[in-house]
Design a protein around this ligand. Sequence first.
Ligand code: HEM
Ligand SMILES: *[C@@H]1O[C@H](CO)[C@@H](O)[C@H](O)[C@H]1NC(C)=O
Ligand SMILES: *[C@@H]1O[C@H](CO)[C@@H](O)[C@H](O)[C@H]1NC(C)=O
Ligand SMILES: *[C@@H]1O[C@H](CO)[C@@H](O)[C@H](O)[C@H]1NC(C)=O
Ligand SMILES: *[C@@H]1O[C@H](CO)[C@@H](O)[C@H](O)[C@H]1NC(C)=O
Ligand SMILES: *[C@@H]1O[C@H](CO)[C@@H](O)[C@H](O)[C@H]1NC(C)=O
Length: 327
Amino acid sequence: MEHNNACKLASLHLFCLLFLSALVSCQLDYKFYDNSCPNLTKLVRYGIGLAIQNDTRMAASLLRLHFHDCFVNGCDGSILLDDTSTMKGEKNALANRNSVRGYEVIDAIKATVEKACPATVSCADIVTLAARDAVFLAGGPFWGVPLGRRDGLTASESEANNMPSPFEPLENITAKFTAKGLDLKDVVVLSGAHTIGFAQCFTFKQRLFDFGGSGKPDPALDASLLQNLQTVCPNQDDSDTKLAPLDFVTTNRFDNSYFKNLVNNSGLLQSDQALMTDNKAASMVVNYSKYPYYFYKDFSASMVKMANIGLLTGQRGEIRKNCRMVN
Ligand code: HEM
Ligand SMILES: *[C@@H]1O[C@H](CO)[C@@H](O)[C@H](O)[C@H]1NC(C)=O
Ligand SMILES: *[C@@H]1O[C@H](CO)[C@@H](O)[C@H](O)[C@H]1NC(C)=O
Ligand SMILES: *[C@@H]1O[C@H](CO)[C@@H](O)[C@H](O)[C@H]1NC(C)=O
Ligand SMILES: *[C@@H]1O[C@H](CO)[C@@H](O)[C@H](O)[C@H]1NC(C)=O
Ligand SMILES: *[C@@H]1O[C@H](CO)[C@@H](O)[C@H](O)[C@H]1NC(C)=O
């Protein structure tokens, strides 16, 4: 906190750059807004509570919003930027269009935060706190969030089109995580986010009718779940956008049943069930299916890790006034 203020007050940009790693002077800090916006965490918590009360699924949507923010240009709020005539943003990228939700919730919280502490809190930090609170309010673990991210000045449609896909093999997904400084354990434990929320039929439908061109269902899909899903997603194009729960046992509860499901061949996405095809990943899945405590502990640690991807701190980026556009 004091270090951050010192950097700002003295405008010693060079100092900050030179000693960035040595003094940790411009890095994230749990107390970053303690003086400048003491009510921040309360305002975010309240806003997320309201949003989930109105729409239970919003907890899942906000968790995913944070993931999609961090994997493209780092956790810099770039996903929130609307397209402009000179910049194609991320909202209309393949993985996001008609899929990522929660922009209005972030806008509403940002508005109350701007009233309490104008031009102080980044949209990127609000998204990070929103994901933490969403998990907690859905019954999951709670963890401390280091703060001080700044908002990006641009977005990347092309990088957003390169998000991990449910249709690619585990090795490819792991490679995309590794490229962001994460590892196989992070892939496994963060996939546990699929213990809440929904997926559209087109993201798993080929498993139900014509798996890998076999003309048959995926043999790694439990028979009774298969029947269920074939009813929700009949084999016709107009079922593509119907929704199925990612965790069919406790859909709205953040718990470890996602991992129990995988052990029972009841993962929804091909990329979920694929965790059982790798020895190391499968042994982690079994561990988390038995010990929710380890899942919660490791999930919290991996969320903090993910929230550190590609940060803008110090004087880089900006504090946006409106999360949808650069100042
Ligand atoms: C490992 C690679 C991942 C893949 C391939 C993947 C893929 C998907 C897909 C296809 C959907 C459904 C989207 C739709 O139908 O519109 C989805 C939903 C979701 N994903 Fe992931 N995901 C991955 C990792 C993650 C991570 C790391 C998180 C968060 C930490 C996450 C959180 C969620 C949540 C909460 C939902 C439900 C959203 C809602 O109901 O609005 N996913 N994911
Ligand atoms: C409540 O949720 C509905 C459906 O998800 C949404 O259309 C509406 O805008 C939300 N209202 C508020 C006040 O958040
Ligand atoms: C923080 O919220 C309390 C009420 O919960 C209010 O009395 C106080 O003025 C707020 N402080 C700031 C700095 O907004
Ligand atoms: C997986 O990655 C390899 C190497 O980058 C690539 O050639 C292949 O097309 C990818 N597979 C899928 C299904 O995306
Ligand atoms: C998984 O299978 C085991 C044994 O077949 C069963 O006891 C358990 O209830 C199943 N769990 C789920 C989540 O379906
Ligand atoms: C289960 O996970 C915890 C936390 O990551 C780890 O300490 C423990 O060694 C794991 N147990 C097994 C049997 O893999």
